[in-house]
Design a protein around this ligand. Structure first.
Ligand code: P53
Length: 479
């Protein structure tokens, strides 16, 4: 057999805050994405204390999917998508996060969106929290470091899972929950947990706080998995981790150890999601560092009872590490590993290492570690595109995706990995999360809008559109 399994879920992925716009309409509250300014290639986005007049916030309008989704869905249908992964914008439902009642207009918007998708033969795959935590939950509670966010998230999830129980089957709890793990980038701790640190916070303090926030999210996630299975036993509820396989820079045993230590930082999240227990390597680290992480026996029980049905993950690149000092001193801690660029692979204009083989490697690692179905819910190539006579010849994007699907195919057909589907990221051009740019484009559909927010929002099909259409139509036979 030269094709993917018959029910393979070919799709595309976006997130609410990166496409919808309509940031303050029909009762929507301010989310943590609404206070992030535009950065640039190599320029960080600023997080402002609330929405400040005269600052540019690219997510406020994004690509106006909120108003244009019907037309976009026609394009997705033409492309042949079987699923669309997007998120529910938490602040459309609970504008402040701690409101007494949900916002009916927000609920109605997703009813209409999911109906429109289904009417066009496209099944929604829904992330509950994709960097869209209500800003108020940061201001009044300090974000997920505070356990009060567990019931707020649970109530939000219960509300939408109940409302859409016959419209959505595939769910994910927290997008890229592990991306906050290194604690080096405040953008990641902000978007994952709505924590902003004081300037004078030490690295160790930060790390302890991030662990607490992560544990709170993992408990919230497990509770929602349990609850979801009650609401509809047919639900498939997964986690979502950013999977960047980390290789040793050399065959030096210490480099191998460094790579393993770095990977443990990420595995921690999927280990808890999938096995319902905090792994020994983390418990030992907490002991060694004298961290006191608050988790009750009751909460440990929830972790065990709310393990996920599948592992959703993003895959864009691999990384390479060595030990920090020349003597090859054994590292115990993640921040001591030193990142180097891998001489065997190329990188994108944003420095992301391009490594299709790493995709097959990843699928095998996750398959063997968890024996759960896998779902590649993000993969793609952020690049500058040029429009000539309304055409975009994005062969570089086709090359990237082709190479990754080819490796994915080997993992499924030769290695026997159980893979549910593949939803390339930013199927339509969107606001970049990391840089806030429009011109870091992932789409197979072009959107006429630039980094300053100017443009007609007109949609155009890129060369990759036609190419991917063929791949889906042949169920991967043409790879
Ligand atoms: P942008 C880092 C590594 C892997 C995935 O990212 C990442 C990041 C964050 O920079 O994020 C995911 O837009 C995320 C999406 C995001 C996408 O990757 O920075 O889930 O929201 O847009 C691509 O190029």
């Amino acid at each position: 057999m030269n094709t993917f399994p018959e029910n393979f879920l070919w799709g595309g992925a976006v997130a609410a805050h990166q496409v919808e716009g309509g940031w303050n309409v029909e009762g929507k509250g301010v989310s943590i994405a609404d206070v992030m300014t535009a950065g640039g290639n190599g320029i960080s986005r600023e997080i402002t204390d609330g929405v400040i007049e005269n600052r540019y916030y690219p997510n406020h309008e994004a690509i106006d999917f909120y108003h244009l989704y019907k037309e976009d869905i026609q394009l997705f249908k033409e492309l042949g998508l079987k699923v669309l992964r997007t998120s529910i914008n938490w602040t459309r439902i609970f504008p402040n996060g701690d409101d007494k009642e949900p916002n009916e207009k927000g609920l109605k918007f997703y009813d209409d969106l999911f109906d429109e998708l289904r009417a066009n033969g496209i099944e929604p795959v829904i992330t509950l929290s994709h960097f869209e935590i209500p800003f108020h939950l940061y201001k009044a509670y300090g974000g997920f470091k505070n356990k009060q966010l567990i019931p707020f998230f649970t109530r939000y999830a219960e509300t939408v899972m109940t409302r859409y129980k016959n419209k959505v089957k595939y769910w994910m709890t927290f997008n890229e929950i592990n991306n906050q793990a290194d604690g080096q980038h405040d953008l990641h701790t902000w978007t994952n947990s709505a924590i902003l640190f004081d300037q004078n916070e030490t690295q160790a303090n930060k790390e302890e706080i991030i662990y607490q926030a992560a544990i709170n999210e993992l408990i919230a996630s497990a509770q929602v998995v349990k609850l979801g299975h009650k609401i509809n036993p047919k639900f498939q509820i997964g986690c979502m981790v950013a999977y960047v396989p980390v290789y040793p820079y050399s065959s030096k045993p210490e480099d191998q150890m460094a790579a393993q230590k770095v990977m443990n930082r990420r595995f921690f999240y999927s280990d808890v999601h999938a096995r319902g227990e905090i792994p020994q390597y983390v418990l030992k680290e907490w002991d060694r560092k004298n961290y006191s992480i608050d988790i009750s026996d009751e909460e440990k029980k929830i972790l065990k009872e709310g393990t996920v049905d599948y592992i959703g993950f993003s895959y864009y690149m691999s990384g390479t590490v060595t030990t920090l000092d020349e003597k090859g001193e054994m590292i115990n801690d993640f921040p001591k590993a030193k990142w180097l660029s891998n001489p065997h692979v190329k990188a994108s204009d944003w420095g992301w290492q391009i490594d299709p083989v790493g995709m097959r490697y990843t699928l095998n690692i996750l398959d063997q570690r968890y024996q759960l179905p896998l779902f590649i819910v993000e993969n793609g190539f952020g690049a500058y595109d040029k429009v000539e006579n309304d055409e975009i010849h994005d062969q570089y994007r086709i090359d990237y995706i082709h190479a990754h699907i080819a490796e994915m195919k080997k993992a499924v057909l030769e290695d026997g990995v159980n893979l549910l589907g593949y939803t390339p990221w930013g199927i339509i051009d969107i606001v970049s999360f990391g840089s806030g740019e429009m011109e870091k484009r992932y789409g197979m559909i072009y959107v006429d809008k630039n980094n300053d927010g100017k443009g007609t929002l007109k949609r155009l099909k890129k060369d990759s559109f036609k190419w991917y259409q063929g791949i889906i139509a042949s169920n991967g036979a043409d790879i």
